[in-house]
Design a protein around this ligand. Structure first.
Ligand code: GLN
Ligand code: ZN
Length: 758
């Protein structure tokens, strides 16, 4: 009979108790014994919740003290030399040292987990002899069994994915490394088999990316070795986030089960199943419930899908699963008390997704009648949102369709606009500017709190913000910056600020998800048609401009960044949501221009985050992302200067798209790419205004004039001096005031030196 099976549960807890435990421990508020106890309580509680929901097969070892890739690394004794680890179980202090850095040693790099907003710690293999330090999956299995009588399914990151995500070795050492790791995996699995474990879930999300011929051979070798070593253990080879490449190779592996994403990879995986069938000796892990989105499933549609699969595999070989671990969604909708009923009813977070899995399993294994009422309730809830006024803004849909039907284009090409803008603004060579935000000091945060709590009136709060603007406009003038900003003191977060003012957004009270380590984010929910309601940034910008003769840049977050950092409705294509956002933001751009603001920056730091995993889909995404930016910015006068800003990512393979955005000026983060960005401009000419950040804002250190001169010289070897701007890497909101002023003074001095030289 088909069973329900989970792939992983959120770690953070319904009250973010996991985050609190970690941070309490780091701050020295609780000792290691208490901390370990707290983590166990949380872990067991999460298993109890899943057990009570009636999930048949639960993942264990999905929990972590920080990150599951780091867990895998330390399980194999993979600790960078600089942490002076000498073998044995990796102490907690070393574990957190790798994750967060210590006084003596820098942390390991952190990077995005596939195309999610989760970040993992990159294992550094160089100079390390791996060894099994402790069998974590076995411990997790025993704990669940002894404490709760649960026959769990240990989860472990597969060898191929682990190696592919690691660094510190040359490509031609891959096989050597595989040969070192494989025996350790065998050992882990043998101990599990000896314990009587039935199923183990080996996560190999790397299989949804393009594999080389050598990698496919490695894949075959890995799973032949593992299954030969532990024939009694059932291996579920789990993939997610997209359709697998190499379907036929994968389903021919000698493992007991293959887990496929039938939501994000539906078209690819399903058509492969239809075309090639599914082997009769294997279990199909059918990932039918979206493990990444927050929406309630259309259960009838899911039942139809399961029905089709049921004709291909016998029911005892079907696991009903989420598409990926539920790590990527918030814990429960039960805690939301302030959402509109139509929205509340249409949401499903982790706990509700478990209910859906159980329900679907019941529906296909028992009389469908047993669950008819629940199916009807789900249907009704979805219909309510579908029919809601928020999703049926004819006004919005019509105008956005018309706008998107045209090619968004500035009135003149860059070369001509540039001349007009030079005549208008009379900026010096190498104009200096900043990215937008200035320090959000304790006073700024305090003021916002008082205002949010109602202890301060709007007038009081506005007056406070104006004072901050005054201070920083004066400071910028005095330092000698050419293009000023108001400082963004009124904003907590660059997406939330706009989401709260646009129509079509909702905000949850508890919709937190883990981003990295103990850091959680609460993305806004784009649930309806997005529309502009009233000007969002005009008052502060115009006020700042009234205090100075120099130009003040208006500051907006771009459509793609707002979308990529939100939970997005899935009833219409993301492209459409992007155009709605773009059109709404265009109205803000126009309001600013109308109010006399002649330079407007539209930030797009998160463009790359939405890049599809499949290479074949990337060009299309970039095309509509660029178009959305152009929709936002194309209607201004030729003399109005459009800026944009990007950070957090690699740009070298995106320069064509960045150019196509047609912004008059872009500022890009440079320091963290270690000069690689500059190389990419050797290969690609860039002929619009550009400022490569001349100092890293992630540290309180004040960079010297000479250092910044060096950065400028390097950049000018490949970029046109007439188009070059001088600015920091990113916004300054996390910095202190003193270091900010000192750094900017040095930056302006470096610009002056450059003007003399060039
Ligand atoms: N304008 C924003 C700021 O200065 C940009 C933030 C970002 O790039 N992440 O804070
Ligand atoms: Zn930035």
């Amino acid at each position: 009979m088909a069973i329900s099976s989970n792939l992983g549960y959120p770690r953070i807890g319904v009250d973010r108790e996991w985050k609190k435990a970690l941070e309490g421990f780091w701050a020295g508020k609780i000792d290691e014994t208490t901390f370990t106890q707290q983590l166990q309580d949380i872990r067991l509680n999460h298993l109890r919740i899943q057990q009570a929901k009636g999930i048949d097969l639960l993942a264990v070892n999905d929990f972590s003290r920080y990150d599951h890739i780091l867990d895998t690394a330390v399980m194999f004794g993979i600790v960078p030399k600089r942490f002076q680890y000498e073998g044995g179980i990796v102490p907690l202090s070393v574990y957190y040292g790798i994750a967060r850095g210590t006084k003596e040693a820098t942390a390991s790099e952190m990077t995005k987990w596939f195309n999610t907003n989760y970040h993992y710690i990159v294992p550094e293999l160089g100079g390390v002899e791996p060894q099994l330090t402790e069998n974590q999956p076995l411990q997790a299995y025993r704990e669940a069994k002894e404490k709760l009588g649960i026959e769990g399914k240990p989860v472990i990151v597969g060898p191929l994915t682990f190696l592919k995500l690691s660094k510190g070795f040359a490509a031609n050492e891959t096989d050597t490394w595989l040969d070192k790791l494989l025996p350790l995996y065998v050992q882990v699995l043998s101990e599990l088999a000896a314990e009587g474990v039935q199923w183990v879930q080996i996560d190999e999300p790397i299989l949804v990316t393009k594999l080389s011929v050598e990698d496919v051979e490695r894949l075959k070798k890995v799973y032949a070795t593992l299954t030969a070593a532990v024939p009694s253990l059932n291996i579920m080879l789990q993939t997610y986030f997209e359709a697998v490449e190499n379907y036929q190779d994968i389903v021919s592996l000698p493992v007991k089960g293959i887990g496929l994403d039938l939501v994000h990879g539906q078209s690819g995986n399903l058509s492969h199943i239809r075309q090639y069938g599914f082997p009769s000796d294997k279990v199909l892990g059918a990932g039918v419930i979206d493990g990444r989105g927050i929406w309630r499933a259309d259960l009838n549609e899911k039942l139809a899908l399961l029905g089709e699969l049921g004709e291909l595999v016998t029911s005892d070989r079907l696991f009903v699963q989420p598409s990926c671990s539920l790590l990527h969604v918030p814990v429960s909708t039960a805690r939301e008390t302030k959402l509109a009923a139509e929205l509340q009813g249409a949401l499903a977070f982790a706990n509700e997704k478990l209910d859906e899995l159980v329900l679907l399993t019941k529906a296909i294994t028992q009389e469908a009648d047993a669950v008819r009422e629940q199916l009807q309730a789900a249907d009704k809830a979805l219909k309510q949102l579908k029919d809601s006024a928020a999703r049926n803004r004819r006004d919005v849909q019509e105008v956005v369709a018309a706008v998107a039907g045209q090619e968004p284009q500035r009135s003149k090409p860059f070369a001509e606009r540039h001349a007009d803008q030079q005549a208008q603004w009379r900026l010096p060579l190498f104009p200096t500017t900043t990215i937008g935000s200035f320090p959000q000091t304790a006073e700024v945060r305090k003021a916002r709190q008082l205002w949010r709590k109602g202890e301060w009136s709007n007038e009081q709060y506005d007056a406070f913000i104006r004072e901050e603007i005054d201070t920083w406009v004066k400071l910028q003038q005095e330092i000698g910056i050419d293009v000023l900003v108001h400082g963004e003191f009124e904003r907590t977060d660059m997406v939330e600020f706009f989401g709260e003012k646009l129509e079509g957004f909702a905000f949850t009270q508890n919709g937190w998800v883990q981003s990295y380590g103990s850091r959680c984010v609460k993305p806004p929910v784009i649930y309806g048609d997005v529309a502009f309601a009233e000007p969002m940034t005009v008052a502060e910008t115009v006020y700042a401009q009234s205090q100075t003769e120099r130009p003040v840049k208006g500051m907006l977050t771009g459509p793609i960044t707002i979308m990529n950092w939100s939970f997005v409705r899935d009833d219409i294509p993301r492209e459409q949501v992007a155009y709605q956002l773009a059109f709404a933001l265009r109205q803000e751009v126009e309001s600013l221009e109308h109010a006399g603001i002649g330079m407007i920056q539209v930030d797009e730091p998160a463009v790359r985050e939405g890049l599809p995993l499949k290479e074949a889909d990337q060009a299309e995404y970039l095309a509509w992302a660029v178009k959305a930016f152009r929709i936002t910015t194309c209607t201004v006068k030729e003399t109005t200067q459009i800026h944009t800003h990007m950070c957090y990512c690699e740009f070298h393979d995106m320069i064509d798209s960045i150019e196509a955005m047609d912004a008059d000026v872009i500022s890009i983060e440079t320091s963290r790419s270690h000069g690689e960005l500059i190389h990419s401009f050797e290969e690609n000419t860039y002929e619009l205004g550009i400022g490569l950040g001349v100092y890293d804002i992630h540290s309180p250190r004040v960079p010297s004039v000479e250092e910044m001169e060096g950065m400028i010289d390097r950049a000018l070897r490949v970029l046109n001096p007439k188009l070059f701007w001088i600015n920091p890497d990113c916004g300054l909101k996390t910095r202190g005031s003193e270091e900010t002023v000192a750094s900017l003074r040095n930056m302006v001095a470096a610009a002056q030196l450059a003007r003399e030289k060039y």
